[in-house]
Design a protein around this ligand. Structure first.
Ligand code: UD1
Length: 336
């Protein structure tokens, strides 16, 4: 089976390539524009797995290059990670977010259709639920008010794919709604934050602990949660990667040709609990301050993960300590 990973040099993409190689998939193809990642990551993947990856510098916004890639390469299924994921950056520059996350998706789907590639796994996000009224959220929970252009770009992406699947019955799509991926590969060689401007909590914690940042600000301590800070469903990136491999095996079993599946652990953890867990695992004292709420943050969200268990036979195996321990190992190995 020839698998194409878009955004394979990025955070979740690189872990998924590793997982595919470890589970016996032959030389996956990857395309990336290195906007938020580095080509060097492929070398690290190849070193860990002792297997080859075939990769190309292609930007999905370039329709011609995308089409010509599909024309010249036989692909059976696509796992589509290539997108911008920073919520604050999407607020500052919404057009760039939509160009990459929506424009890139449309070019990809057109190129797939023209070349008879009919299986797509799409990286969606729990942010499509907005600020949910009922918890945990399951796949029937309707889209909420998008709190950012990033969240809206994922809602639009899902809408486009669902419409496309209605019009093209031979096309199969699985939208995986990630909750909060964190952690790094246990080798410590690949992880999150290839760029110098991460916005996600765990890389900001490890960058602060290693001295790259003065302090971490906890965004909001007056939420209606057990300690006043926001609650999220953090999930280890290796678990997320493994879910993608399971999803490849689900195409043949799908009853409808468009499926949505939550990827979460089902557990909610506060920001302060993550910090405590990091301090325990690393033995470091984190320099942090309690600050005001961040615009666009939802108070509490965590997954109902029963559909993933039932349909993919997948369940997260790693916990918060595994996430902060592997992220810390990765941060310490990084030469920034
Ligand atoms: C959001 C999306 C998630 C998406 C991710 C991509 C929601 C509910 N989730 O995650 O689906 O995959 O963006 O980037 O919209 N925090 C601090 N201080 C910091 C940074 C973060 O306190 O310096 C807090 C935030 O307020 C939040 C938590 O840490 O409560 C996690 O934040 P972050 O890692 O940025 O992810 P989300 O915004 O939850």
């Amino acid at each position: 089976m020839n698998i194409l990973i878009t955004g394979g040099a990025g955070y979740i993409g690189s872990h998924t390539i590793l997982e595919l190689l470890e589970q016996g998939y032959e030389v996956p193809y990857s395309i990336d524009n290195y906007l938020n990642s580095e080509e060097d990551n492929y070398k690290k993947i190849e070193k860990i797995a002792n297997k080859k990856v075939t990769f190309f510098n292609i930007d999905l916004k370039n329709k011609k290059a995308t089409k010509s890639f599909f024309k010249s390469t036989k692909i059976d299924a696509v796992i589509h990670f290539a997108a911008l994921k920073s919520v604050p950056e999407s607020v500052e520059n919404p057009i760039e977010c939509y160009q990459n996350n929506v424009g890139g998706l449309i070019n990809l789907v057109q190129a797939m259709q023209e070349n008879n590639v009919h299986q797509l796994i799409f990286s969606s996000s729990c942010s499509v639920y907005g600020n949910p009224e009922q918890l945990p959220v399951n796949e029937n929970t309707p889209f909420g008010k998008a709190e950012s252009p990033y969240a809206r770009s994922k809602q639009i992406g899902e809408n486009i794919l669902e419409d496309f699947c209605k019009a093209n019955k031979d096309f199969n799509v699985i939208s995986l709604r990630y909750f909060n991926p964190a952690g790094a590969h246990p080798s410590g060689f690949i992880g999150e934050g290839f760029t110098e401007r991460p916005n996600n909590l765990v890389p900001l914690i490890t960058q602060t602990a290693v001295g790259l940042r003065d302090k971490l600000t906890v965004f909001g301590t007056d939420y209606n949660t057990k300690d006043g800070s926001c609650v999220r469903d953090y999930i280890h990136v290796v678990d997320v990667a493994q879910a993608h491999v399971k999803a490849l095996g689900y195409f043949d079993k799908m009853k409808r040709n468009y499926q949505v599946i939550n990827l979460g652990t089902g557990n909610g953890t506060t920001v302060l609990e993550i910090i405590k867990s990091f301090e325990k695992v690393s033995g470091e004292k984190l320099n942090y301050e309690l600050g005001p709420r961040r615009a666009g943050d939802v108070e509490t969200i965590y997954a109902d993960n029963s559909k993933a268990k039932k349909e993919l036979q997948w369940e997260a195996k790693l916990n918060i300590e595994d996430m902060v321990a592997t992220a810390w190992k990765w941060q310490q190995k990084l030469k920034v």
